[in-house]
Design a binder for this molecule. Structure first.
Ligand code: PMP
Ligand code: GLN
Length: 383
């Protein structure tokens, strides 16, 4: 293994899901729903397979039906208009969108400023691109993890090429406020930076006004690569359909990298996701409401079990502090948890360069059936 990747080992999600299977534990580690997405959308995939749509290589940028549906969704939800032919690219999940964006836009030696804790593929993708990551740490403040805008400004140097943003934020559940987003946008414009923004949890915002894409701020549309995923929004994480929307030069750059990573993926599923994006608003609202109910069940259960809970404003993850339980090392805690309680969780330290800063935090996923969440909470309380 080369030096760029050697530091990364096996992704924590594979490690912890294997542990869940081996110990028969409830898996609140890796973020995948235990209920598949809408029946009618699964039927749409079956129809595509049967009718021979997408069984051979789809077009490089994605099938036209899906690109049109992605553009229509951005327009309908956010008033953002993208040309399906030149400003939309379908990818093999958001994971490939992130990797291809960084590979296409970062020169070796460029600095990439990313929020910490960061989704684990960010660090590996920055490294594969030869970039240097510069983390800006979100810190606990009145019950949620907040961005210090002065620290963000101070992190930008003459070598900074791009800001890598994620809102709603995995693993903290933080949703950046309109004021925070406006400040990020101003900084990007002032320092002439590109922005890659991972908004895969755009439909899972529980409190306040809802999701505000960074691309909607003044001066941002032309410098922002926005990333979405059907895995999160429609509960089909195995389909690996993601997308990028951006200005033509940026989409074209990302596509240059993407063509040599997978070229294309998920043919028949692309047609099904096109139908999913056109579902009525009631689907998205019902999905959000069902996850909100689950958030509350898990947050209350974890509080009753003695954790300090950072109630998430978005995503399907709850970050907790284990120190009230007399624990301080999230890694040790998560490795022992299957034995102790029959539950699997993720140590947030894996999402930090500053492992010390992340040590006491542990993440639980709540994209599971309510009875599963209640059972997990009961096991943790009895631990
Ligand atoms: N970004 C974030 C913040 C995520 O949490 C995930 C997956 N959980 C991804 C990207 C990857 O999405 P996909 O499965 O579409 O590759
Ligand atoms: N993004 C999911 C999570 O945060 C996991 C995806 C993966 O396994 N790569 O749990």
């Amino acid at each position: 293994l080369n030096r760029r990747l050697a530091a990364f080992g096996t992704t924590i999600f594979a490690e912890m899901s294997a542990l869940a299977v081996a110990t028969g534990s409830i898996n609140l580690g890796q973020g995948f729903p235990d209920t598949d997405g809408p029946e009618e959308i699964r039927e749409a995939a079956v129809r595509a397979l049967r009718d021979g749509r997408g069984n051979q290589y789809p077009p490089g940028p994605g099938v036209p039906e899906l690109r049109t549906a992605i553009a229509a969704h951005q327009q309908r939800r956010y008033g953002l208009s993208y040309d399906p032919d030149t400003e939309v690219l379908v990818t093999a999940g958001a994971t490939e969108a992130i990797a291809a964006s960084l590979l296409a836009l970062v020169e070796p030696g460029d600095e990439v400023v990313a929020l910490e804790p960061y989704y684990d593929s960010y660090a590996a993708s920055i490294a594969m691109a030869g970039g240097t990551r510069v983390p800006v740490t979100l810190r606990p403040q009145d019950g949620s993890f907040r961005l210090d805008l002065d620290e963000l400004r101070a992190a930008v140097t003459d070598r900074t090429r791009l800001l890598l943003v994620n809102t709603p934020h995995n693993p903290t559940g933080t949703v950046l406020t309109r004021a925070e987003l406006a400040a990020i946008a101003e900084l990007a414009v002032e320092r002439d930076l590109l922005v890659v923004t991972d908004e895969v949890y755009e439909h899972l915002v529980f409190d306040g006004a809802g999701h505000v894409p960074l691309a909607t701020f003044p001066g941002m549309r032309e410098r922002t690569v926005s990333i979405g995923s059907a895995g999160k929004t429609f509960s089909f994480t195995g389909w690996k359909v993601g997308w990028v929307t951006a200005a033509p030069e940026l989409v074209s750059a990302v596509r240059s990298a993407k063509q040599f990573l997978t070229y294309v993926a998920s043919g028949p599923f692309q047609y099904a996701v096109a139908e999913a994006l056109a579902l009525p608003d009631s689907y998205f609202e019902e999905f959000r409401r069902s996850m909100l109910a689950r958030r509350d069940i898990l947050a209350e259960g974890l509080t009753a079990a003695g954790f300090e809970v950072f109630r998430p404003a978005g995503t399907y993850f709850v970050t907790t502090d284990i120190r009230p339980l007399g624990e301080k090392d999230g890694f040790a805690f998560c490795r022992a948890l299957p034995e102790r309680a029959g539950v699997v969780a993720i140590p947030n330290a894996v999402f930090y360069d500053d492992r010390e800063a992340g040590a006491p935090f542990v993440r639980f996923a709540f994209c599971k059936r309510e009875e599963v969440l209640r059972e997990a909470a009961e096991r943790l309380r009895a631990m």
